[in-house]
Design a protein around this ligand. Structure first.
Ligand SMILES: [Zn+2]
Length: 226
């Protein structure tokens, strides 16, 4: 967010590129020509087939599932239909509970995948495979995960150590899952999205501190896996 009452700008509805791509794959290749392995890998790309979903499931361990209104996001099958190569950092310009409330409101027209509370608690409102309307830019929405942080851009005290730490862990996990480089080209602020008039996360968001924490969490996640 970063600006109140401008949710309409974050809308991106219309014809899904996925429908066209999926249709193209199916007709150009032909199911009969696919090797068994390819079929096993691609079955969920076939028209009318979606990845299995479990109600209440989250992509980040420890996050609390709070569903956003269906009108505020678009069903997708990322990273199969759109690669995910970006994380967009936002500031809510309101309270945590107020943000959850507007993302649950079908008339709001915008939402993010995650909302991080000042104490570090994280709500996931949209699955990462789906497209959230948070960047106000269709291309950026399709390729990114949006993370909101409770607070106001002009109140540096809102950005707590607990918030930085837990958000950094979340972003590191996203980078691990999708092979996103941990740098400022791929972890950006809403203000850096082309065409936006939003300013979040603002001048008080400590990017050096945040990126240091993300890099550390990224390394830790890597060694935990190995
Ligand atoms: Zn924003």
């Amino acid at each position: 967010m970063g600006k109140q009452g401008s949710g309409g700008k974050d809308r991106d509805r219309g014809i899904s590129r996925r429908t066209l791509i999926v249709g193209g794959v199916a007709s150009a290749v032909g199911v009969g020509l696919l090797a068994r392995g390819d079929l096993a890998r691609m079955w969920w790309q076939m028209p009318g087939v979606d990845k299995p979903r479990t109600a209440g499931a989250v992509d980040f361990k420890g996050a609390e599932w709070v569903a956003a209104a269906a009108a505020n996001w678009r069903r997708a099958d990322r990273p199969a239909d759109y690669p995910i190569d970006m994380v967009v950092v936002h500031v809510t310009q309101g309270s945590y509970s107020g943000t959850l409330q507007v993302f649950k409101d079908p008339w709001h027209g915008a939402s993010a995948h995650y909302v991080v509370r000042k104490d570090g608690h994280i709500a996931q409102m949209i699955r990462e495979l789906d497209v959230a309307f948070h960047a106000g830019n269709r291309d950026y929405n399709q390729r990114s995960i949006g993370i909101e942080h409770e607070g106001f851009v002009d109140r540096p005290e809102d950005f707590t150590a607990a918030m930085y730490a837990s958000s950094a862990k979340l972003t590191a996990g996203i980078c691990r899952r999708y092979g996103i480089p941990v740098d400022r080209k791929h972890i950006i602020g809403h203000v850096e999205v082309p065409g936006t008039d939003h300013t979040d996360p603002g001048l008080h968001w400590d990017w050096d501190r945040y990126m240091r924490l993300v890099r550390a969490a990224y390394k830790q996640a890597g060694s935990a896996k190995a």
